[in-house]
Design a protein around this ligand. Sequence first.
Ligand code: 6GU
Length: 225
Amino acid sequence: MQLDVFTLFPHWFEWFESQRHVRNCIAAGSELRFLDYRATTPLSAGQVDDSPYGGGAGMVMRVDVVDAALQAAYGDSRAGRRIVLMTPSGRMFDEDLALELAAEPELTLLCGRYEGVDERVREHLCTDAISIGRYVLAGGELAAMVVADAVLRKLPGALGHADSAREESFSADLEGNPEYPHYTRPPVYRGWDVPDVLLSGDHERVREWRHERSRERGAQQEPGA
Ligand code: 6GU
């Protein structure tokens, strides 16, 4: 995958890029770029925002600044590329959307700051708008890291073990439910013991027990549970 993130704070992503599954993706051929709106702004003194028409508090990211950044990166060949605005008013991000985006050869995430981004960015420059939850973050960067993290770990070679993404939370193998609990040594710690079935060596019973726990957790996450 070719993943580009546009931001005013590209250095925030240095930690993100250092994660094992992200490094694995790069080693397997994925390309990540973190691009600074200020590097390509057509305005003087690195300006990227302006006060809102109609008045009100705060500043708004300018459409010409975002367009110039996209133009510098892609020229006129944006067609077919998934370009996503990170915004609390976007489509709610979940595991299905992570899988959908992981199938894209080219993905762009646009981070906004300040009070928001000129609506013409969403109307004319983006294919999607995504939110990671019903709360407000100071900017799109943390949300972009969440999306990039969830998407990249879906790519082949991201995880060390070929099976580690199969029976994980929200997978088809678990009927969309959260993952079952895990235990490891010691078998008893401060009187807290491990369920007997996991020590039984009976793989079929272990499998059934895990799927039951997974279904239980799914029911607990239902609204109103
Ligand atoms: Cl994508 N951006 C911001 N600023 N806040 C959010 C968000 C995104 N998703 C949830 N809250």
